[in-house]
Ligand binder design. Structure first.
Ligand SMILES: CC(=O)CC(=O)SCCNC(=O)CCNC(=O)[C@H](O)C(C)(C)COP(=O)(O)OP(=O)(O)OC[C@H]1O[C@@H](n2cnc3c(N)ncnc32)[C@H](O)[C@@H]1OP(=O)(O)O
Ligand SMILES: NC(=O)C1=CN([C@@H]2O[C@H](COP(=O)(O)OP(=O)(O)OC[C@H]3O[C@@H](n4cnc5c(N)ncnc54)[C@H](OP(=O)(O)O)[C@@H]3O)[C@@H](O)[C@H]2O)C=CC1
Length: 291
């Protein structure tokens, strides 16, 4: 099936990155969010990130202009009904995602493929509440989307082969690489990455190391591009906690117990970079550890 238009739901850090890469690859993109400020912020950020690619000679000025012209925005979810492909990238909460799909269903074309960029939630369960579980998939981009090469493809129990092959071709056209994961809690990347981040928070909680020593250890001792606490702030501590809860509930194993300190930060509303405070405070010129 040929995909020409893509509807992206949620204009947070993932939604803006997804809109960016699809527009740059020639797709018409309609970006939706409940907040018009989130939409204007996302468009301004896409503009800045494309400009960064122009100045580093990754793309030309006319590539950038054409990409920006392919992006439009709406706060009316049902406008996305005309798109060939929907990518849901709203907050990592199952009830939020279910409500979005429920509202969209009556407005979709029969051929439209539904996908979720969820980090952890069951694709089979999300799909089962729609009218098209065979045309529903997990389409998991990594953050920052314009930079990261991988897209995880997750088939629900009912996903048909045509849908899977269509999304594989889309990933190729984006110039990215796909990896298939089975539909079990948090799939592959977050099944491995998130317990490591959670363990880093336990290491801090138990006083084994400070924020700085934990991050420095993994950066210089294991060649990670970011330390685990810096990465947690980058992902969003609410998203990290939501993923740990899905692992804990879905696999019923205490090894996935979210660290109480992670819970405390989320309860404080210290969600990392997006709220300017998490394991680091980003309100000054350079990030300062908060513990
Ligand atoms: C939670 C989930 O469900 C799944 C996930 O996504 S888990 C998170 C996965 N992501 C990671 O693990 C990211 C780990 N961090 C990194 O790889 C790196 O720190 C990083 C790529 C984010 C930044 O790298 P860096 O070297 O410190 O910074 P910087 O030099 O500014 O950027 C590297 C390149 O990316 C580009 N870049 C960075 N962010 C960008 C963006 N948002 N848009 C466009 N380009 C961007 C820069 O322009 C630069 O390009 P060049 O190589 O051409 O110079
Ligand atoms: N952060 C990461 O590193 C990664 C995240 N993901 C997944 O991507 C998804 C989005 O994450 P991320 O971008 O980080 O989250 P953000 O919190 O940055 O953005 C989520 C956006 O969705 C909006 N939103 C909430 N409810 C609705 C709705 N009903 N309709 C439309 N928009 C809505 C939010 O608005 P408001 O702020 O007003 O609530 C916000 O703008 C999650 O499922 C997450 O697990 C996947 C890969 C990596």
């Amino acid at each position: 099936m040929d995909i020409t238009s893509v509807g992206v739901v949620g204009a947070g850090q993932m939604g803006n990155g997804i809109a960016h890469v699809f527009a740059l690859s020639g797709y018409e993109v309609l970006l939706n969010d409940i907040s018009s400020e989130a939409l204007s912020g996302a468009v301004a950020l896409i503009d800045r990130n494309l400009q960064r690619q122009v100045s580093r000679e990754k793309i030309s000025q006319s590539d950038k202009d054409a990409a920006m012209a392919r992006i439009s925005t709406t706060t009316t979810l049902t406008d996305l009904g005309k798109c060939d492909l929907i990518i849901e990238a709203a907050t990592e909460r199952e009830t939020v995602k279910q409500a979005i799909f429920e509202d969209l269903l009556p407005h979709l074309q029969p051929h439209t493929i539904l996908t979720s960029n969820t980090s952890s939630i069951s694709i089979t369960r999300l799909a089962s509440r729609t009218d098209r579980p065979e045309r529903f998939m997990g389409f998991h981009f990594m953050n920052p989307v314009p930079v990261m090469q991988l897209v995880e493809l997750i088939r629900g129990i009912a996903t048909d082969d045509e849908t899977y092959q269509t999304l594989r071709k889309v990933v190729d056209r984006l110039g990215k690489t796909s990896a298939s994961a089975e539909d079990f809690p948090a799939f592959i990347v977050n099944r491995i990455l998130m317990p490591m981040i959670n363990e880093a928070v336990y290491t801090l909680y138990e006083g084994v190391g400070s924020v700085e020593s934990i991050d420095r250890s993994l950066k210089l001792g294991a060649n990670h591009p970011m330390g685990p606490l810096e990465l947690a702030d980058f992902i969003g501590l609410d998203t990290c906690l939501a993923i740990m809860n899905v692992l804990h509930d879905g696999l019923a194993d205490t090894k996935y117990r979210p660290c109480p300190l992670l819970v405390k930060y989320v309860e404080a509303g210290w969600l990392g970079r997006k709220t300017e405070r998490g394991f680091y405070d980003y309100r000054g010129e350079t990030p300062v550890p908060t513990r």
